[in-house]
Design a protein around this ligand. Sequence first.
Ligand SMILES: Nc1ncnc2c1ncn2[C@@H]1O[C@H](COP(=O)(O)OP(=O)(O)OP(=O)(O)O)[C@@H](O)[C@H]1O
Length: 637
Amino acid sequence: MSEGLQPGRVPEQNLRTTEVDLGGLVSVLATHLYSTPLVALRELVQNAHDSHTRRRLEDPGSTAEASIRVRGDAARRAIAIEDTGAGLTEPEIHAYLATVGTGYTRLLREVTGNQELIGAFGLGFLSAFSVADEVTVTTTSHREPALGHRYRSRGGEQYSVEPTDPRPTPGTVVELLLKAEHAHLADEYALREVLARYCVLLPIPVYVGDDEKPVNDVPVPWRQEVPGHLYTARMSFAAAFGRRFEPLTAFPVDPVEGATDAVGLLWVQDGGTYGSSDNRDLSVYLRGMLLSEDARDLLPSWAGFIGGVVESTRLTPTASREDLQRDDHYRALQQALTDAIVDGLYETARLHPTAWRRILARHGQDLLGAALCDDRLFTLLADDVPVPTSQGDLTAGALRAAGGGAVHVALGSGGGFEEMLYRAMQVPIARGDRYAVLPFLRRYAQLRDCRLVELGSESGNRELFRDPEQPLSAEETAWLGAALADDGEQLVPARFDPPGLPLVLVPDREAELKARIEDDQADARIPSAALRLARAFTARTDGTVKARLYLNLASPAVRQLLAAYRAGHTGSATAAGLLRSLKVIMAAASGSAAGDLTAALEGVGTAVAALTAAVPDGLSAVPDTLSARDQQGEQAK
Ligand SMILES: Nc1ncnc2c1ncn2[C@@H]1O[C@H](COP(=O)(O)OP(=O)(O)OP(=O)(O)O)[C@@H](O)[C@H]1O
């Protein structure tokens, strides 16, 4: 390292002061700091609110009614924000309002420790220039009620202050002459809607236009002292706040000693969710002002059905105050919210059975996934959450009872021979291909000590396909395998019903599932915790056996075939070829691809031709060494 680059070695006489290009800085702060022009409104209402708090601290005897009124004048393309707070003296205008990065509010909070004061950075006022061509501030300080001052600026870089008539009572009006592209902000309907959300937690009433009813008059449940009506208050707040969905239930967020001071309300939203849908909706307030309308990352990823509002003084906003620093407190709040949801769902199950039933019906799929991500939820939901089955939604307990003590789950996407058999027996089968169903039932079976029959896996099929009474010799098995099975198929001698069915091909659903969840796309569709579990379960299959070919040794056709083979009957190869064709045709009919259907159909014709070719000549058998084609050739001659 050269000497000049070492820290702390710059000679004193070389030190220069950094120049600020004020115009550039103002433009960046005013137009690029915030993501939406609506933030300017929030900042100005926040200043009005701080000014009331300041007035209360400095002038406790004041009898002035604290209120904020926002007016829109579409014809003049103007908005005015009016408060009856502390006002500003002329030196304060220069020192605080017109000095970027310095505000009185932060000083006041540091001196008084008052946590209701919102302002911190001394930047918010600049946002007015992001929406307005011209900003006028007319103010009278409560310290000098006989004086009025008017600040005026276009663009924020230069400003003027001139004396004017004092306001009738101390306070401030900030007037914005809007830029053409922001003219819509002057519409009072729009103002009402925006301010109702931004100001819902502010204690001072905020009015729009000449309204007599403030936009923030919805009682805040966690500030109520009427425990008797608390649930009703929570539901009304959630209904007023949740824009997209009705609430099904609502529960509190309470401070956690040593972890977070956050308070608020969470609710379960109406409106169906699916495994992959994410309607998490959380608004975060800091000292009463809306900081983030989409703080979904504070909620657990499995909680796609939760909406809510929280406020905390310990979260640290970014300078734009539209997002939060990911610090220790943020993480503590994440944990607290997860716990609040779990506790809230327990409370709902216990105290509000009707709501609980609706939640289970609406969000069954999401809850299956949630149960896999949190043990407490698994305990709560294991016996209540509906599982999709071949006979509609059933709880795991009902599935188990109907399955004679075992829970049956199909790994495939419906259909298939094994499912058909169970349907005939009236046993409901859970849809293992649906989101979270299979890992949920595996966990259920493990914890509740019950048998899980996975149709489509080797072990599940063993339930259907019993071992043969007499095992085949290795030589016979090899001959049958070569004659009947295609690549990736494993021949399994067995016994099953009905006896008329000689063989059936069953794809290995576990191998199919493995291929599906190892697909890159799975990451986007399935929450990671559920995916991890599912992958752990399919790790036990290597996927080389794609299908099992169960051969029914109880079937007369197969018995006959074996007898012919054992007797060295020359027609056994032809008969085996016929069964092979039958296998392919049946698999095609049940929707699973196996072998070449056209070749199989041709094979039937060839076999029939071969078996009938000898009859006219009175021959009892066709030479075994000839292939079907050769036989046809012979015939043609
Ligand atoms: N309506 C008002 N009444 C009285 N004083 C005001 C008003 N609006 C702004 N001020 C004064 O101007 C200062 C600067 O305001 P500005 O909005 O830029 O920053 P802030 O509110 O202090 O901090 P932040 O950037 O965090 O909002 C405030 O600290 C306050 O002293």
